[in-house]
Design a protein around this ligand. Structure first.
Ligand SMILES: [Ca+2]
Length: 336
């Protein structure tokens, strides 16, 4: 049985990126981020020859059909400095200093920089995404918030991330096909994302191609400042790159097809990082683009957002099974 809401949302998303879904927003505690309910569905993860994403790179192939059989929640926005500061204040956890920052067009390790002071022209505000956070820092935040709220927060699986980032489209970028081809200037980006734009090239010193528009931000921008995609998610592309649960792989061959994270015992030397950032050229600011970092990386364009499973406590009363063969309160299965 599928709830009427989820069926309706899935139908709206099927129309494409132009449709604005009536986002269902949940906040699990006063300090918790707004979470979007994402319906189950299928999508093609990765890119293919002749497809819309011209700057395909290692790791994006082969394109695989993913089937996410259950709804899940993902944060509408990247975790902010203000949200992380509460964790540090009350959680007794504080990442050490030391962060890679952009200096003179080069990424350099600065032992004095930290999430409090990532070396931007202006100190980050409470509503800016937190940066200089490594994978364990992000996981520690999720664990603290889980204990505080009674919900099981975690990083998004990479497949969940790409499903949300595509926003029901197969475009390179969720805002539409006009900015799909890499051989054409990307001009719509600045309505939807904080990327390396025409106005930020001189300040960053990055001698890279830029989006041929001005987004008004040379470094991080307030989370949720630009337009959301059809899922109601902000900054899936741009602002800060985002940690995922998954280990980075050179190929999608063999990966789980049900949306689970692809990890293995003993950990991995590289984690998948997604979405591009304020410092990303157009080829890296795509739904399908992948990046990788060691879990210990702290960098001033790298942050995260949270996800969590759809639990039985989230099910409306009409979805709760009372059948003798089902445990009381079990969530009825949902259809892809
Ligand atoms: Ca920018």
């Amino acid at each position: 049985m599928k709830s009427g809401y989820l069926a309706g949302l899935a139908a709206v998303l099927a129309v494409g990126a132009q449709a604005q879904a009536p986002a269902s927003v949940t906040r699990d505690c006063g300090e918790c981020p707004e979470m979007l309910l994402v319906p189950p569905g299928e999508f093609r993860m990765g890119t293919r020859p002749g497809g819309s994403e011209a700057n395909r790179a290692t790791g994006e192939v082969p394109e695989v059909l993913m089937s996410l059989g259950r709804p899940f929640f993902i944060a509408a926005r990247e975790i902010t400095v203000g949200e992380f500061a509460l964790f540090v204040e009350e959680g007794g956890y504080d990442p050490p200093r030391g962060c890679r920052v952009l200096s003179g067009g080069q990424w350099v390790e600065d032992p004095e920089r930290s999430w409090r002071d990532p070396g931007f022209a202006l100190p980050p505000g409470p509503d800016d995404p937190v940066t200089c956070i490594d994978w364990e820092d992000a996981r520690a935040y999720a664990q603290w918030l889980s204990a505080r709220s009674g919900r099981s927060f975690r990083l998004p699986a990479e497949a969940e991330w790409e499903y949300v980032a595509r926003g029901g489209t197969d475009f390179a970028r969720y805002w539409g096909s006009a900015d799909t081809r890499e051989d054409q200037p990307v001009t719509l980006a600045c309505d939807y994302a904080n990327v390396l734009d025409a106005g930020s090239v001189s300040l960053t010193g990055l001698g890279l191609p830029n989006s041929a528009c001005r987004d008004g931000a040379a470094e991080v921008s307030e989370a949720g400042r630009y337009r959301p995609n059809a899922f109601g998610a902000y900054d899936m592309i741009g602002n800060v790159r985002e940690w995922t649960q998954d280990c980075f792989t050179a190929s999608y061959a063999g990966r789980p097809r049900d949306g689970r994270a692809w990890t293995w015992q003993g950990g991995c030397s590289l984690k998948s990082v997604r979405g591009g950032s304020w410092a990303s050229q157009p080829s890296q600011a795509r739904a399908g683009a992948r990046d990788s970092e060691p879990p210990s990386r702290r960098q001033s364009d790298l942050g995260f957002r949270l996800a969590r499973d759809y639990d039985r406590v989230d099910a409306p009363a009409d979805e709760v099974s009372t059948e003798p063969d089902g445990s009381p309160g079990a969530v009825a299965p949902t259809e892809p």
